[in-house]
Design a binder for this molecule. Structure first.
Ligand code: AVI
Length: 367
C-alpha cells in the first residue's frame, strides 16, 4: 500500500527473518504484536518531528483555494481495504496489466540483472513480487549463499508488512527477508548507509504517478542516491491513453473508488475530531489532458461549515466547491526515460502489454 499517516509517525523499524539476531529495544506499543510472531524487530529511530507536524498538511490544504488534501490520508485500515478492492475492479486495468507483464518478463529481468539484493518500495501485500522472487530463485540455484539474492520489502504499514513477510518466509524458506517499516524517504536514507552489494530497487503499481513532477524528481534523486554504479531500478508506470478508459478506471460502476475517496473524510474525522458529513460530498475523477493526469475530487453538494477540533480549524464550503485529493499521472515512455536519465538512471529495457496500457522500465546506474 501507499504511505499512511498512522505509520509515518512510528518512524522506521526493521523486521528481520532468517538473519542473525539483533538487539531489540521496543519503544512503540502498537508494534508489540510484531514481536509475538516474528523473530527480530529493530526500531532504528523515532520521528517526533513528524508527529508534531501531523495535521499541518491538512490545515494548509484546506485554508488555501482551490482546496486539496494529501493522498496519504486515504490509507487507514478501511482505505487500504478499499484500495485492495479497487485493484480487482474490472475498470481498474493497472494492477492486472502490470502483473501480466511481470508474469511474462520476470525471468528476463532476473537474467539481465543477475542475483542481487531486491528492495521493494511500497511493497504492500507483495502479490506481484512473487513473479520476481520466483524468477530470482531460479537463477540463484547456481549462486553461493553469500551471493544469493535477498529481499527487503518496505512499507509504512507494519501490519501489512508483517503478514506478507511471514507468508513469503513460508513460501521461500531459504530466502533472507528483512522488512523495513517506514516512509520511502526514511528507507532510502537507511539503505544508502547500508549499501554493500549489488541491488535492484523496484517501485511498482505506478505509485510514482501520485507524485507531482517536482516530487517525482526528488524521489528519483533519492532512489539514485541509494544505488551505486551497476545497480538497477525497476519502475511500473501507467501509460497515457484515452480519456474514456482512464475516467472509467477512476469512476467505477460499483462506486468503490467513490467510497475510497469519501473514506478520507471519515479518516480525518477520526484522526482530528472532525465533523465532515460524507453525504454532503460527491466523488468525481477527471482526466486533465494537458497535464496528463487523473485528478480525484470531492465536490461539496451544499454550502456548509466543517470543524476539525484537534486542528482548531473551521472550514467553509460553497456549493460545488471541490477538494483535490489525488493526482495520478499518466506517462509517456520517451519523456519518462529522459527524466530518469537526468537522475543518472539509464534505460536498459522496457516492456509493455499488447494494448500498451502499462509499462515496466528497467534502468541501471551508469556512473
Ligand atoms: C496507488 N495509486 C497508484 C493508485 C492510482 O491509480 O493512482 C491510487 C488510486 N486512486 C484511485 N484509484 C487508485
Amino acid at each position: 500500500m501507499v504511505q499512511n499517516a498512522v505509520t509515518i509517525s512510528l518512524g522506521i523499524a526493521i523486521l528481520r527473518i532468517g538473519v542473525s539476531p539483533i538487539n531489540v529495544k521496543l519503544e512503540l506499543s502498537n508494534l508489540k504484536n510484531l514481536l509475538m510472531t516474528v523473530k527480530h524487530l529493530k526500531i532504528l529511530h523515532q520521528h517526533s518531528q513528524v508527529i508534531s507536524k501531523d495535521g499541518n498538511d491538512v490545515i494548509e490544504g484546506l485554508i488555501k483555494s482551490p482546496k486539496s488534501l494529501p493522498p496519504k490520508y486515504f490509507y487507514d485500515d478501511r482505505g487500504s481495504e478499499l484500495f485492495e478492492q479497487i485493484c480487482d475492479l474490472p475498470e481498474y486495468y493497472p494492477t492486472r496489466t502490470e502483473a501480466s507483464i511481470l508474469g511474462q518478463y520476470a525471468d528476463e529481468i532476473a537474467a539481465i540483472t543477475g542475483s542481487c539484493e531486491l528492495v521493494e518500495l511500497g511493497s504492500g501485500s507483495s502479490t506481484k513480487t512473487n513473479y520476481l522472487l520466483n524468477a530470482y530463485q531460479k537463477i540463484s540455484h547456481n549462486t553461493s549463499i553469500a551471493e544469493a539474492f535477498s529481499y527487503i520489502p518496505i512499507d509504512v504499514s507494519g501490519g501489512i508488512l508483517k503478514t506478507s513477510v511471514l507468508h513469503l518466509q513460508q513460501k521461500y524458506p531459504d530466502l533472507t527477508i528483512a522488512g523495513l517499516i517506514g516512509t520511502y524517504e526514511e528507507a532510502l536514507l537507511y539503505l544508502d548507509k547500508n549499501h554493500q552489494r549489488s541491488r535492484m530497487i523496484f517501485f511498482l503499481g505506478s505509485s510514482i504517478g501520485n507524485f507531482n513532477a517536482a516530487e517525482s524528481d526528488e524521489f528519483l534523486g533519492k532512489v539514485s542516491h541509494a544505488l551505486t554504479k551497476g545497480d538497477y531500478f525497476l519502475l511500473g508506470v501507467d501509460l497515457q491513453k484515452s480519456t474514456e478508459v482512464l475516467e472509467d478506471a477512476y469512476n467505477d460502476a460499483q462506486g468503490i473508488t467513490a467510497a475510497f475517496n469519501l473514506n478520507m473524510l471519515s479518516h480525518l474525522n477520526w484522526r482530528f475530531q472532525g465533523d465532515f458529513d460524507c453525504n454532503l460530498f460527491e466523488h468525481k475523477a477527471i482526466y486533465n489532458q494537458v497535464d496528463h493526469q487523473i485528478e480525484m475530487y470531492l465536490y461539496a453538494k451544499s454550502k456548509h461549515e466543517v470543524s476539525l477540533d484537534i486542528l482548531d480549524l473551521k472550514v467553509q464550503f460553497e456549493t460545488g466547491e471541490r477538494i483535490l485529493t489525488e493526482i495520478s499521472r499518466k506517462f509517456n515512455l520517451e519523456d519518462l526515460q529522459l527524466q530518469l536519465r537526468s537522475q543518472g538512471l539509464q534505460t536498459v529495457k522496457f516492456w509493455t502489454d499488447p494494448q500498451q496500457l502499462f509499462g515496466l522500465i528497467l534502468c541501471q546506474v551508469k556512473y
